[in-house]
Design a protein around this ligand. Structure first.
Ligand SMILES: *Cc1c(COP(=O)(O)O)cnc(C)c1O
Length: 458
């Protein structure tokens, strides 16, 4: 008999989960104004709101916490992190920050000015926010295949070289501070970028004299997909693949809350000493001195260990196989999901599930509420609420896709939890024809409304 797959870790510490009744959940979600962000975490049984900062640290990381050096300047923890960044990612200079968007704030303060153009693959929302805040423009050059949910393509995070070259031709290099490549591409569903594409983008960037920046939150998951899907690299170790990926970047920003395997933290890394100097000033202003920049010494030590662990094949195999396990279960049950299954989340196509709910009544949010009521599972809406209103006309924007994202925290849940999630969604799916009414907005903020919106059941 073939030996089945199992997790590459065992469990040393546990945290109780609270089971709740449907009556309780109905009361709580009403009090939360049908906004899943307003629920208290102890009202949630399985929390799939995000994979950011929600992972479990290893015993090695907790040991590192105890060994952290809290010196203001020149802490040993800083050098532990510096050494691992040099070893794994190859960058000689780095600056710690309190999270990913802080890294963007510091780097973009040094590089992005009004009127600039930043091409890339579906920029993450805070990245885009920091670009637009400086009155610059993010141009999406992702391949067209990324926007068809059912189309199978191994690297849906790839950049379309023709789209990119057009931008590089249309604007002088002084107007393009860098190209931003997100690995894996969060906004297209945790989809990877191939080495071939990273190399081609870099060659093109060099030709036009423009630097390349990697937005790196899920760089290790990207490397795993390269190993599995890009035949040339099938026999390379994850660390070898990561080193190869970063040969094609001049600088990077990192949200350490994902593949850093810590609950808070981020950094910027670069090759250029002049850029390091100009970023240092902004780091000191916004984050903290250059050797701690918003992170406690112990957290830098834990991050150093986390970067080493997340670039191990066994860890990544356990991680990605769990996300695939949930995705495949849903496919088996006939629930429409985005394909191929991404690295950190499963995206349910809410338009195809709740066909009887008009889009004006927020299909993905309605599905999210139904899933919560069914079994206390919290996902997140990626649809019309998130898309917000048109800044000029103030009309609701209805994106092509209404998705319910189920993000899986790292090393937190077991496959039994995945079975619960799949069964709960199947139950909602089986009674989909009876769900004919959605939600209506009672109150919303002028921007970023999805976090605080208050809704009413129709
Ligand atoms: C999470 C994330 C960020 C922002 O990082 P925070 O730590 O949440 O501030 C930036 N880019 C990508 C691709 C991300 O996934």
């Amino acid at each position: 008999m073939e030996i089945p797959f199992s997790e590459s870790y065992k469990i040393k510490m546990v945290e109780p989960l609270r089971k709740t009744t449907r009556e309780q959940r109905e009361k709580w979600i009403k009090e939360a104004k049908y906004n899943l962000f307003n629920l208290r975490s102890d009202q949630v049984f399985i929390d799939l709101l995000t994979d950011s900062g929600t992972g479990a640290m290893s015993d090695r990381q907790w040991s590192a916490i105890m060994m952290g050096d809290e010196s203001y300047a020149g802490a040993r923890s800083f050098f532990e992190l510096k050494d691992i960044i040099k070893k794994i990612l190859g960058f000689p200079y780095f600056l710690p920050t309190h999270q990913g968007r802080a890294a963007e704030n510091v780097l973009f303060s040094a590089l992005v000015k009004a009127g600039d153009i930043v091409p890339g693959n579906s920029h993450f929302d805070t990245t885009k926010g920091h670009i637009e805040f400086r009155k610059a423009k993010a141009v999406d050059c992702t391949i067209d295949e990324a926007f068809h949910t059912e189309l199978e393509h191994p690297f849906k995070g790839n950049i379309d070289l023709d789209k990119l070259e057009k931008v590089l031709k249309d604007y002088p290099k002084e107007k393009i501070p860098f190209i931003c490549v997100t690995v894996t591409c969060n906004s297209s569903g945790g989809q990877p970028v191939s080495i071939e594409n990273l190399r081609d983008v870099y060659v093109l960037a060099q030709k036009y004299g423009v630097p390349t920046m990697f937005d790196s939150a899920r760089f290790a998951e990207n490397a795993y997909f390269i190993k599995m899907r890009e035949p040339e690299y099938a026999n390379w170790s994850i660390k070898e693949i990561v080193a190869e990926m970063y040969k094609y970047a001049d600088m990077m920003t990192m949200s350490s809350k994902k593949d850093g395997l810590v609950n808070m933290g981020g950094f910027i890394a670069m090759r250029d000493s002049e850029l390091y100097r100009s970023c240092s000033t902004f780091n000191i202003m916004f984050e903290g001195f250059v050797t701690y920049g918003g992170m406690a010494g112990r957290d830098m030590s834990a991050l150093a260990v986390g970067l080493n662990e997340s670039t191990e094949f066994d860890y990544l195999e356990t991680r990605i196989k769990q996300v695939e396990y949930l995705g495949n279960k849903l496919i088996e049950y006939g629930v429409p999901v985005q394909r191929p299954i991404g690295g950190h989340a499963v995206f349910v196509d809410a338009k195809k599930v709740l066909c009887n709910v008009p889009k004006e009544q927020f299909q993905a949010q309605t599905l999210g509420i139904e899933l919560y009521l069914e079994a206390g599972i919290r996902g997140v809406e990626i649809g019309a609420l998130l898309a917000d209103r048109d800044p000029v006309t103030r009309e609701n924007r209805y994106p092509e896709l209404e998705l319910l994202r189920l993000a899986i925290p790292r090393r937190v849940y077991t496959n039994n939890h995945m079975d619960v999630i799949a069964a709960a969604l199947k139950n909602v799916f089986d009674r989909r024809d009876k769900i004919t009414k959605g939600l209506e907005i009672e109150w919303e903020a002028p921007i970023m409304r999805h976090f605080t919106v208050e809704l009413k059941k129709l």
